[in-house]
Design a protein around this ligand. Structure first.
Ligand code: SAH
Length: 249
């Protein structure tokens, strides 16, 4: 079995029913996933969550809680969002197994996350925009929405299958350029927006569309930390009005 399941973080955003948190923990533990992260749960801790965890309550005890998705995934190098609906995104929409393979393929670079949305409304567009790829579990098109914990089970199983597939593990070589973390990517996008407004490429009042396209462009394949530094060097240089070499990183 390949290493890596312990690096996969399952992030549940805005869960309403504590029973779903417990069932999700159970689903994770059966497949060897251990890191549960909750973003703004409505009711937690809860006896209902513990009951439905059915022996996976150690995951609940160790669950980390954050108030935003941004904080929950700041140190992650690859983030896969799940959605019952396709939302016309320009980020790849993958079936479960390729998404899980890609997730496990990134664990050498740092923590990775699988993100699940609210029972009522799923993930917001802003939250989906923070993901490198999306998964839609191919259900009956007339009845697409799985129960949250059932979706966690399908994805946890796909992760286990990816880990069981011994596959090629890339050795970390000297001079290895680590993937950028979400925090570094967010700092890049903030910098980008500032400069695009300064050079009047976007309207400060309505920058959203172009920023979403740029996010998707840069997140699709993932960037390394040094690539982010190069782009930020160019942005800093642009901010200062160009000139010769003064702002090279
Ligand atoms: N009404 C919501 C459904 C939310 S179901 C919506 O339309 O988005 C709660 C969560 O379970 C979703 O946010 C997603 O994380 C997961 N989920 C449910 N069905 C899924 C599917 N077919 N593929 C991927 N994730 C799914």
């Amino acid at each position: 079995m390949r290493e890596g399941l312990e690096s996969v973080r399952v992030v549940l955003v805005g869960t309403t029913h504590p029973g779903n948190i417990g069932s999700a923990a159970r689903a994770m533990k059966t497949m060897g996933l251990r890191r549960l992260v909750l973003v703004d749960p409505q009711r937690f801790p809860s006896a209902e969550a513990t009951a439905l965890a059915a022996g996976a309550d150690d995951l609940l005890t160790r669950a980390q809680i954050f108030s935003s998705l941004e904080e929950a995934i700041a140190d992650c190098v690859w983030v896969v969002g799940t959605s019952a609906r396709s939302r016309g995104q320009s980020v790849p929409l993958l079936p479960p197994q390729p998404a899980a393979n890609a997730l496990l393929g990134h664990v050498a670079g740092g923590p990775v996350a699988l993100v699940f949305g609210r029972e009522s409304s799923g993930l917001s567009n802003d939250e989906l925009d923070r993901c490198n790829a999306f998964v839609q579990i191919p259900t009956d098109p007339d009845f697409r929405s799985l129960n949250l914990a059932a979706a966690v089970q399908v994805m946890a199983y796909a992760c286990r299958m990816a880990a069981l597939d011994e596959g090629e593990e890339q050795p970390i070589e000297e001079g290895y350029d680590p993937p950028a973390t979400q925090e570094e990517m967010e700092a890049l996008f903030e910098h980008y927006l500032r400069v695009l407004i300064q050079i009047e490429f976007v309207d400060a009042e309505r920058p959203r569309h172009i920023m979403r396209r740029l996010r998707h462009l840069y997140q699709r394949k993932g960037m390394t930390a040094s690539e982010v530094r190069i782009l930020r060097g160019i942005l800093t240089h642009t901010e200062r009005g160009g000139g010769r070499r003064s702002a090279r990183p």
